[in-house]
Design a protein around this ligand. Structure first.
Ligand code: NAP
Ligand code: HSE
Length: 431
């Protein structure tokens, strides 16, 4: 069979990894695909930069968009990044030119995924993005193919390695967020501008894609409720352990009576759940299906090797002539669910208050909870100090978030409460 000619735009961490994989495993890939995968064209900003492999036989495109029109390219691999600009132009041009597109760009797909999927379908080309969600974990293929027989009840997971590394290190070293972030930046584990990661945006991009795949829905990034990890303290991580939980940044999507709930929030997960033990830069995704039950996928969510593994898996599918609708069902059949408001979310809550240690304080706090019909499961006060504020931790039974929010607004106004209350959602595994 004729070679599959691949044009790669973006030769950085992921692009460089893809070049090395295609070069290092060329023979194996040829056997598995029944044809060779050949890099026929490339594009990046700096032509002079050494990419670690011989690119003499590949055509250089100074402008990434022209790669789409290159007659020697069958598949365009977009590894530039960003939700708009060069990446979007290239993908649109490639699809318009009737070329398959493989991308690792979750920001682009979270915002423009529905339109790109429809365009690809109308042109009869593949839009593949295994690397866009959880790096090396083959979760896109799992949802689109291996679990396709199931109605998904819930999909959730640890979708950002940087946040998981920070939370793991905070717990292990009992240090605060800012300190651990600064160290992670020095070590190169976190970006100098960490906002996309620590504010939960990167995880929200990935969650929007998972939700679309799991529920046959149009990607709705704007419908994702997002909280990052900046406000998680070493003290909360410690209390979580005492209560039998670990704090993780969890992205979760499920269909509710109020619509599609998509949220990325610091969440307490039970210590005896496998996801609690996904540590450091690792990612994990749990899919609960009606027939399969609970499945867990774990692995490296970023880095040159794992991400290249996912990009090349998409190329292998294309080389073998295998294809599926980008988001599991044809673009015209994707549903537009309303976004379920967080005020209607039901769950248990961890609340930490800093209070003056005086008689009657707890009575005032519990009165505010009683007035909103929020029921307490347990309470914890560790220290005793007549002068300084002391932490009081409350764990509620399942309640509606709107009631919790109203109770906390009242509690925050009490004279004896010295800091804004901290609230972290508690998640239970299936059951
Ligand atoms: P990166 O290291 O910053 O590489 C970006 C590449 O794009 C560079 O080679 C750069 O050229 C090139 N580039 C920038 N602007 C361009 C333009 N206008 N035209 C052509 N090329 C241009 O980024 P990355 O980490 O590899 O990420 C690439 C994509 O993969 C992103 O969408 C990212 O979200 C996604 N992703 C990354 C990871 C990861 O672990 N890094 C994991 C999963 C998904 P120069 O090299 O010449 O500067
Ligand atoms: N910055 C992401 C993470 C990797 O920390 O998981 C790219 O998706």
């Amino acid at each position: 069979m004729a070679d599959l000619r691949v044009g790669i735009a973006g030769l950085g961490t992921v692009g460089g990894g893809v070049l090395k994989l295609l070069d290092g495993n060329a023979e194996l890939l040829g056997q598995r695909c029944g044809r060779k995968l050949v890099v026929s064209a490339v594009s990046a900003r700096d032509h002079a930069k050494n990419r670690g492999v011989d690119l003499k036989s590949a055509t250089w495109h100074a402008n990434a968009a022209t790669l789409a029109a290159d007659p020697k390219v069958d598949v365009v691999v977009e590894l530039i990044g960003g939700s708009d600009g060069a990446a979007k132009k290239l993908c649109e041009a490639a699809i318009a030119a009737g070329k398959h597109v493989v991308t690792a760009n979750k920001a682009l797909l979270a915002v423009h995924g529905a339109k790109l999927a429809a365009a690809a379908e109308s042109k009869g080309v593949v839009l593949a993005f295994e690397a866009a969600v959880a790096g090396g974990i083959p979760i896109v293929k799992a949802l689109r193919e291996g679990l396709a027989a199931n109605r998904v009840k819930r999909v959730y997971g640890i979708l950002n390695g940087t946040c998981n590394y920070i939370l793991t290190t905070m717990r292990e070293s009992k240090r605060e967020f800012a300190d651990v972030l600064a160290e992670a930046q020095k070590l190169g584990y976190a970006e100098l501008d960490p906002a996309m990661d620590v504010d939960g945006v990167d995880a929200a991009h990935k969650l929007a894609l998972l939700a679309a795949l799991a529920f046959g829905a149009e990607v709705d990034f704007k419908g994702v409720y997002v909280e990052g990890i900046r406000h998680v303290s070493a003290q909360d991580i410690d209390f979580a352990a005492t209560l039998g939980y670990r704090i993780k940044l969890i992205g979760q999507a499920r269909l509710t009576d109020n619509g599609l709930e998509q949220r990325v929030t610091p969440t307490m997960v039970p210590l005896d759940s496998p996801i609690a033990h996904t540590e450091g830069v690792f990612n994990a995704v749990v899919v609960e299906g009606d027939f399969v039950g609970t499945t867990l996928f774990q692995g490296r969510g970023a880095g040159a090797g794992p991400t290249a593994s996912a990009v090349v898996a998409d190329l292998i599918d294309i080389a073998r002539g295998r294809s599926a609708a980008a988001f599991s069902v044809p673009a015209k059949d994707l549903k537009k669910y309303p976004a379920a408001p967080m005020s209607r979310h039901r769950g248990a809550y961890y609340i930490r208050l800093m209070v003056k240690d005086r008689p009657g304080v707890i009575a005032d706090v519990t009165a505010a909870l009683r007035d909103q019909r929020v029921s307490l499961e347990s309470m914890l006060q560790r220290a005793r100090s007549p002068e300084e504020a002391v932490p009081v931790v409350l764990v509620t039974h399942e309640t509606e978030e709107a009631a919790m929010t109203r109770a906390l607004a009242t509690i925050a106004k009490l004279d004896t409460v010295t800091e804004p209350p901290r609230m972290i959602r508690i998640e239970q595994p299936e059951g």
